[in-house]
Design a protein around this ligand. Structure first.
Ligand SMILES: Nc1ncnc2c1ncn2[C@@H]1O[C@H](COP(=O)(O)OP(=O)(O)OP(=O)(O)O)[C@@H](O)[C@H]1O
Length: 242
């Protein structure tokens, strides 16, 4: 595995019950920067993130993270190795306040105040709603809590599943600024997205999935500059993404 690769999946297969969902996924996530995983509904993107996180176990193949074989590890050990996961349903506690949601995610149980202020600098709503129950927040604010939970401790890799789904454009802009800030701090992000406009500027690398396999990977600029490639891989037509 090259030194600049933080995460590598090699020939990963995942079965869910009788269904063979991942059919030999080969994926490299370079250290630092943001890698986007694109693909149509049902292509296997969420299953890929869940398999990395040990929520499903690979039936074949190998997953290597920061030089360590994590294929057979259990989720808490994968988390301790330095990977955080923000699932599509966000997984925040509705009855707990924003503060309590974040406190549960802080390994020591107490906050690093400087880190908290840094998070408030790009998610100021969290400071405003600090004592509000998670369940009373808007979809965008819940997404901010979910991401804040994932980064309240420094992590080597963040896996984030479709964070912009159902959010208003102004909130999406807010998330884009947060991701820029995380990139500036050298956090490596693997982001599943359907919203190509959101990721075409943010992404450094891109992989496209179809039918449980990676069908393209490369630099984002190659894909964002090439409308023919977008049409072939993403079904986007010229002009549709502007
Ligand atoms: N728990 C499950 N039981 C059975 N099949 C599942 C389960 N979870 C996912 N699948 C199937 O696995 C395939 C891949 O799903 P996955 O959620 O990984 O795709 P995706 O690319 O993330 O798509 P989406 O954007 O719709 O979430 C789909 O055909 C889906 O129906």
């Amino acid at each position: 595995m090259p030194d600049d690769t933080l995460l590598q999946l090699a020939g990963v297969h995942t079965h869910i019950g009788e269904y063979h969902i991942l059919q030999g996924v080969d994926l490299q996530v370079p250290r630092s920067g943001l890698t986007v995983l694109l693909g149509r509904n049902g292509a296997g993107k969420s299953t890929t993130l869940r398999t990395i996180m040990g929520l499903w176990h690979a039936s074949a193949g190998r997953i290597t993270f920061d030089g360590q074989d994590i294929t057979a590890l259990q989720t808490p050990d994968i988390s301790r190795a330095g990977i955080a996961f923000v699932p599509e349903d966000m997984g925040i506690f509705s009855n707990l306040t924003v503060q309590e949601n974040l406190r549960l995610a802080a390994i020591r149980g107490s906050f690093d105040e400087a880190r908290l202020e840094w998070i408030f600098s790009f998610f100021p709503a969290l400071k405003r709603f600090w004592l509000r129950p998670g369940g009373t927040l808007s979809g965008g604010q819940k997404q901010m809590v979910a991401i804040a939970r994932a980064i309240i401790e420094p992590r080597k890799l963040l896996l984030i599943d479709e964070p912009t789904k159902g959010l208003a454009p102004s909130i999406v802009d807010n998330l884009a600024r947060a991701f820029e800030e995380l990139k500036a701090r050298d956090t490596t992000i693997l982001l599943v997205e359907q919203n190509f406009n959101f990721v075409r500027e943010l992404g450094d690398h891109v992989a496209v999935m179809d039918d449980g396999r990676i069908v393209h990977h490369g630099r984002m600029t190659e894909l964002s500059d090439d409308e023919t490639l977008q049409a072939r891989l993403l079904g986007l037509h010229a002009g549709a993404v502007h």
